[in-house]
Write a protein that binds this ligand. Structure first.
Ligand code: TRP
Length: 335
């Protein structure tokens, strides 16, 4: 068994934004450099189906997110890079896990409870508009992770509960059918776990506060200038720790740059100047991969070839493992 296998997925339901980059992609790319660790990265298109009912959009998002990882330099000769739906063993495992998952565990899901609560406050039926896909989401995510016996899962803080659930489900399966699954650990970078959006809430498509990752330079600057600040004047000392624009800056800056920016806040730097420096910092980091990204978007066949090669490698692990799991639960050939 491998000592360290890192795995993470990105849901293909939108255009990649700075929050995805800082919270998931960048730490994952860094982890994939570690020669002592194996890295599995995938496009979670089955997860996207839970909330995205526009085929065109789901398809385009898959293309954009795949191009993003490749443009940012994912080394696919090392990392296993694949599309979830190319691995039929994942939905197969999902069913085995579903039958080992207590319904009560799913009832406690934050995402599900929040949706029920929103319905209740709106005076609707508690289950109004909720699909079984949403309810079962954590089981599918557990299958993603357990299928490859990942030991480490870099995710945003909002996903911590899903990792707890994956461990619970794995434990129950192991207890009943024997030791098949490694218990995965969430890896949450305390420094940059969730990036705030323009309005200060978590940068998320659902809050409509995202800054797309691959905006052309001019538009990127414009979006950064829209980050909400308070009405303090230039010259007034400012508090970096309550400033959303600083939190975003910190996610991209080196420790030295952070210290210099904190000093500038104490000296009363103008908000416009903070934003200009933030723009320059982000743009310097993204300019080169942005050009590669545009090239890849124009050649989807290159991306598809990468994904097929990745799927073959992923299935080389998943297929025999699934066979073993089938036999562990009592399913298989009678001959
Ligand atoms: N649920 C994750 C998110 O919304 C995406 C995801 C799906 C994932 N499967 C995963 C992340 C497995 C880590 C491991 O961000």
């Amino acid at each position: 068994m491998t000592q360290h296998r890192s795995l993470t997925g990105i849901t293909t339901s939108g255009t990649p934004h700075l929050g995805n980059y800082v919270g998931a992609i960048k730490p994952a790319l860094a982890a994939s450099q570690d020669p002592a660790a194996e890295a599995y990265y995938f496009l979670a298109d089955y997860h996207a189906l839970v909330k995205c009912f526009e085929p065109e959009r789901l398809h385009q998002s898959t293309l954009e997110i795949a191009a993003t990882w490749l443009a940012l330099g994912l080394d696919t000769s090392r990392a296993v890079f694949y599309r979830q739906s190319d691995i039929p063993e994942i939905p197969e495992l999902t069913w085995l896990l579903t039958c080992m998952t207590a319904k009560g565990l799913m009832n406690r899901s934050h995402a599900y409870k929040a949706a029920v609560q929103a319905n209740e406050s709106a005076g609707e039926d508690p289950d109004f508009g909720l699909s079984m896909g949403l309810f079962n989401y954590p089981i599918l995510m557990s299958a993603d992770i357990l299928m490859f016996n990942a030991t480490h899962v870099p995710v945003g803080r909002d996903q911590a509960q899903h990792l707890e659930m994956a461990r619970d489900i794995a434990q129950r399966f192991n207890h009943h059918y024997g030791e098949h699954f490694v218990l995965p650990e969430a890896v949450i970078d305390a420094q940059v776990a969730t990036l705030p959006g323009q309005d200060g809430r978590k940068m998320s498509k659902s809050y409509d506060n995202t800054i797309p990752l691959w905006l052309p330079e001019k538009q990127l600057r414009k979006q950064i200038m829209r980050i909400v600040t308070n009405s303090q004047e230039p010259g007034e000392p400012k508090d970096p720790d309550s400033a959303n624009v600083y939190a975003i800056y910190a996610a991209f800056a080196t420790p030295e740059q952070r210290a210099a920016m904190r000093a500038a806040f104490a000296d009363g730097i103008a908000w416009g100047e903070v934003k200009q420096q933030l723009f320059e910092l982000i743009n310097a980091e993204l300019a080169e991969p942005r050009a590669r990204y545009q090239e890849l978007l124009a050649s989807p066949a290159i991306i598809e070839t990468e994904l097929q090669a990745g799927a073959a490698r992923a299935r080389a692990y998943a297929r025999p493992f699934m066979q073993r799991l089938r036999s562990a639960v009592g399913i298989g050939s009678l001959a």
